[in-house]
Design a protein around this ligand. Structure first.
Ligand SMILES: [Zn+2]
Length: 130
């Protein structure tokens, strides 16, 4: 089981504005907060964002380079994907694969793909019924 993910970011305030909103929408609750970072928790898993140190800030991140490609969160329904996509657009988030949305992951796959302020790809996908 995944315990936590920690991500270094270029602009902590911008990251906090975006991710506090998104993670709250997804049911996460604020877990830790300090000068250089914050985290949100859902169940036992938490996600941490930390301000990159100035001396490392020029190293650029790209999801197609080696390293993290994307984070995927499940939502309860197609309507929830649609609702959050609309809110993401209102927040001027960059929606990816918009021409194929919401089926960019395949015909039977209902998801939204977008970028966070750090250009990390994020996915919201309907949880498979079990
Ligand atoms: Zn995915």
């Amino acid at each position: 089981m995944l315990d936590h993910i920690e991500i270094y970011v270029k602009d902590l305030e911008q990251t906090k504005r975006f991710w506090s909103w998104l993670l709250s929408e997804l049911g996460y609750v604020l877990y830790q907060e300090w000068t250089e970072g914050f985290s949100y928790k859902y169940g036992v898993t938490y996600i941490v964002f930390v301000q990159t140190e100035q001396k490392y800030i020029d190293e650029s991140y790209h999801r197609k380079h080696a390293g993290l490609n994307h984070l995927a969160f499940c939502v309860s329904s197609r309507q929830e994907v649609d609702r959050l996509t609309k809110l993401l657009k209102e927040r001027h988030a960059n929606i990816l694969y918009e021409d194929r949305h919401p089926h960019a992951g395949g015909v039977a796959y209902y998801a939204a793909f977008f970028e966070d302020p750090n250009r990390i790809k994020v996915e919201l996908v309907v949880r498979k019924q079990t």
